[in-house]
Design a binder for this molecule. Sequence first.
Ligand code: NAD
Length: 293
Amino acid sequence: MSDGSIRKVAVVGCGTMGIGIAIVAARGGCETLLHDTEETRIAKAREDAAAFLARSVKLERLSQQEADAALARLVPAPHFDALASCDLVIEAVFEDQRTKELLIQRLDSLCPVSTVLASNTSTLSITRIAAASRHPDRVIGLHFCLPAQLMKLVEVTPGLNTAPAAFERAWQFCLAVGQIPVETQDSPGFVLNHFVIPLNNRAIRMVEDKVASAVDIDKAVKAAYGHAMGPLELVDLVGVDTQERLCDAFYPITLDPELACPNIVRQMVAAGWLGRKSGRGFYRYNDKQAFGA
Ligand SMILES: NC(=O)c1ccc[n+]([C@@H]2O[C@H](COP(=O)([O-])OP(=O)(O)OC[C@H]3O[C@@H](n4cnc5c(N)ncnc54)[C@H](O)[C@@H]3O)[C@@H](O)[C@H]2O)c1
């Protein structure tokens, strides 16, 4: 009989966040299925994970054996039906209410009621996403931070209908894979994005207003606050398109002008300057691999 612990995970959406979340789950001992509507993303995610794990071995953070085992646990799942057998499905698809609702509906029809369905949304309501399910008691927010494979924090957010048992299983999963969970209310932006999105937008508007160069803005913030990355380096890592989606999801809920999408972000998205993933954002990149080790 199952003790309710999470052993088999699926990550849906193998973009910037999905890769890192999948590495965390696989490194933490879970068989981890990778699914995306674009098959090339699945292959790329596994390649990036392999490169990340190899760097972890080089830096002596993992043994070769641990890295090989983690990679073996990362299983491509191009067919949606394969997700049926998972204990936990974490969605990391586009930050768009309708996209997430449609996905939850499909998962709801596919997975047994014992499967916990988690959303990595940054700004949307877990209660509203859960309402797309006939079993909203199994839907929860698990908001990982970028890059998930290096950052320990996970904001764990129950919706109004989330069952205590689903919360407990998700919380125990975070601990089991070595993350640091914190509980937050189902409030837009949870805790972290109340700081991160306005800070990033301020730095972007400084670039628009030509207050200083991207390099100097980042240097100033890093030197003054001791941050590991400057806000513009962070936006390039987050994805300039994701920054646009985050603002477009967050601003209408709060009407906080600091959260409105800066014009330059829309222009950069139209130009294909999406940050690290496209090779150009506020900076230019040669290495588009997953970040760090
Ligand atoms: N980028 C960040 O810094 C960050 C941090 C924390 C949370 N988030 C949240 O994580 C989620 C994903 O963001 P991201 O930056 O990884 O986006 P991304 O654009 O890098 O990746 C999204 C992926 O989802 C796939 N996808 C879209 N619709 C799908 C569907 N219906 N089924 C399967 N795959 C689908 C896309 O093909 C793409 O590979 C969003 O909710 C975002 O708010 C992002």
